[in-house]
Design a protein around this ligand. Sequence first.
Ligand SMILES: Cc1cc2nc3c(=O)[nH]c(=O)nc-3n(C[C@H](O)[C@H](O)[C@H](O)COP(=O)(O)OP(=O)(O)OC[C@H]3O[C@@H](n4cnc5c(N)ncnc54)[C@H](O)[C@@H]3O)c2cc1C
Length: 416
Amino acid sequence: MKAGAMANDDRSEVLVLGGGIAGTSTAYYLARYGHDVTLLERGEIAGAASGLNAGTIWAVGWGTLPTLDSTLSMGSLEMFQTFQFELDYDLGFRQGGSLQVIQTEAEYQFASESVRRLTTQGFHVELCDARDARTIEPALSDHVLGCVSYPLGASADPAAITRAFAAEAQRHGARILPGHDVTALACGDDGAGYTVTTTEGRVFSARTLVLAAGAWSRQVGALLGLELPVFAVRGQMWATAPTARRLFHSIGAVESARYWHADPAGSATTPLELTHWEGARRTRHLYGQQLRDGTIIIGGDRQLSDDATPDPEGIAANHAHARELFPFLRDLPIQRTWAGWMPFTARLEPIIGKISGFERLYVLTGLSSSGFEQGPMAGKLLADYIHTGEAAPLLAAADPMRQVSALAHPQAGFSG
Ligand SMILES: Cc1cc2nc3c(=O)[nH]c(=O)nc-3n(C[C@H](O)[C@H](O)[C@H](O)COP(=O)(O)OP(=O)(O)OC[C@H]3O[C@@H](n4cnc5c(N)ncnc54)[C@H](O)[C@@H]3O)c2cc1C
């Protein structure tokens, strides 16, 4: 399937735009299947959300009837293991389980109903009372009422897996080109392919184009006259200095899950999973882990924002929440904060597939807050589609055309 020797060095069979987990995993599988691939990234590989995230994986298993969601998470989990243990990449992969802390009676009630529903569907999740919770995570506060435990939960270094996909894609013949900012896209009148121009005036062309531009999908789609319904949501995190091991799981809290479940208000055009809406805090969200070197990283605040600098108020609220769950954090000052943009869609459904009305134009975006744990399998499913011409039936749930009715949103001013 290699396109063979091209007269022009800048012509490929497939161009992938974006060097995050979505773009690099797609490029890797396409190159492995023998396609001639070039990936263009304006900054560094893993320079955006894919290198800035918390690296937590909330796997709940395949379920009795695997869904797109469970397939993306569990398929990706297997890839993390393959890269760590078979291909020998040091991803810091660790499968120590994840837990979500319960602080109130109402949360306990919500958690026990969720656990009952999930176990009926064949997922691996357990409800622990306060004593069991403190047995498996001893630093938990005496005030917590319990936790939801995800025994399959894991964590890894997000930048490492993204760079590993890029390196393996290269090993299979792909050209990986960081430092290439795409400013113009055009498609040939006769369906002959796509031409991509960078700020330096370099021109690349290909028969097949894959858009994997994360939170910039809206802007990149607009270059082809498309409206991709992706919202840039700022996620932010903080880190302590390295300290003796205190956290044994990836950690989270039930508070936001309960809020989001109870508030079905989000209309089709607004992303739901936010801590703020219209300027006001609605809930507190929390997730994090202790890294191999002992650093504790925690985050959770999410806001639609065109500003990529951390918001001190959000960091303070998140830190206070973390201290409620783990009192030892009172003695560990924040050493560093950072933020990145997550590519959210209105209904938190990823967009994976072919754009109808265009010849061989594909998109992988909208991985929202789960792109680290779901991006690898999403890239494989898209590469399979491009390679075989057939979409896996599960991809119907991510068909770009499903979201056409939710296209318009005035996110004016976001420029990234
Ligand atoms: C603080 C934070 C914490 C998170 N925690 C988790 C977590 O614990 N678990 C989890 O599963 N997910 C988490 N996420 C979400 C996850 O990081 C994202 O869903 C995922 O990284 C999205 O990957 P992507 O490849 O679609 O986007 P990105 O990683 O943003 O990659 C898109 C790339 O496209 C490039 N690009 C854009 N426009 C152009 C252009 N015109 N020309 C060339 N290149 C272009 C960008 O430079 C960028 O590198 C978190 C995100 C954040 C910000």
